[in-house]
Design a protein around this ligand. Sequence first.
Ligand code: 5AD
Ligand code: SF4
Length: 429
Amino acid sequence: MNVYDSERMYELMKPHGYKISQNYEESDLIILNTCHIREKAAEKIYSELGRIAPFKKESNIKGKQLNIVVAGCVAQAEGKEIIRRQPIVDIVVGPQTYHRLPEILNRLSNKQRKIVDTEFPIENKFDELKKNRINKNAVAFLSIQEGCDKFCSFCVVPYTRGAEYSRPVLDIISEAKNLIQQGAKEICLLGQNVNAYHGLYKNRTMSLSELIMEIANLSGVKRIRYMTSHPADMSEDLIAAHGKVDILLPYLHLPVQSGDNNVLEFMNRKYTAESYIKIINRLRNVRKDMAFSSDFIVGFPGETKDAFNNTLNLVKEVNYCQAYSFKYSRRPGTPGSVLKGQVAENIKDERLSKLQSILNEQQLNFNSKFIGKSFDVLLERIGKKDNQLVGKSPYMQAVHVKTKNYKIGDTVKIHILRADKNSLEGKCI
Ligand code: 5AD
Ligand code: SF4
């Protein structure tokens, strides 16, 4: 989502004469688009601002105006506190107000040196953003839903991104067409709780599965995927869509967080380990090669040794192709931060490494199964070696291939020769 928002910020600034710069030294404007999900991510901003400080000083000496913006969810959560902690910051702008950036920059003057805008405005951000995207990538992100009403007890998103909102269908279709015209082959539909999507269409609302079918009908689109989904919103029609829509990839990121029913309840996740497994099985029934990735939190308050073992058991049962796992990070203002039974840091470390060793093994096994087999790869970028291109398999694995005959944006049949945990290598057939 932050990548998408950053692209949108660039689209806003370009008509005002701004270009992307590769370093701080030559920049007139620096935007840090930030993440507040865990403490570590949030703290990184202050160390980066520390690195930027000398450039600001230097530009002041030269009488040049270097403007520093902190955008994103740290901006939303901390507001003017950011400027208090790091006075080099000129503008603080939240995820729902970044469309105002050009106007805010205009307002900066000698009299008004600092502006904080972290409102949840009445105008719709998406209506204010540029209708034409600038995107030459084979894979394009398209935000269809924002915010979240789930209030998982560990999570800051409902507070930083705000209430759940679905964009109208026709706006999404026109953005998708625009992206496809510019060369996008894969559309990744984004939302913090994307499968809660219920966007306006004429006089009714459309579900995510219906929207996927609409996008699948657009000519030129080769692949569709969506993230991130909440298990409680995996409706029957969405599951069925995986069996009906060929170009919907056989890959789903479906965060489970924990495999223990007590912990899931403390987390306010609204499903059980059993109901999660049922969803996985139903998806595998409609599409037998379905691959799953997930997010895990270890050491949530109240997670006992047995509870953690239940997570390991769930992992073994599902058999993931890939996963992200984190130590629980106490986030101010969330219900989880004040729960009894906070878990000691050394126990979190121990559990994280146990969990990761199983997940890593599953990922390597998943990748290794493809040696000697072939599948379609969408080429996305240039590799580090001569004549090497890198693409993604239908299961989101990175695939490296040496070829002079194909270019970025092509879909190529590739025979897999080697595999490691993070990528595959193959040849064109
Ligand atoms: N501590 C650790 N991990 C968290 N996540 C969200 N909030 C926290 C937190 N407080 C993880 C969840 C989520 C992913 C995006 O980040 O696993 O799915
Ligand atoms: Fe956060 Fe996702 Fe839970 Fe929403 S569903 S509160 S975004 S973890």
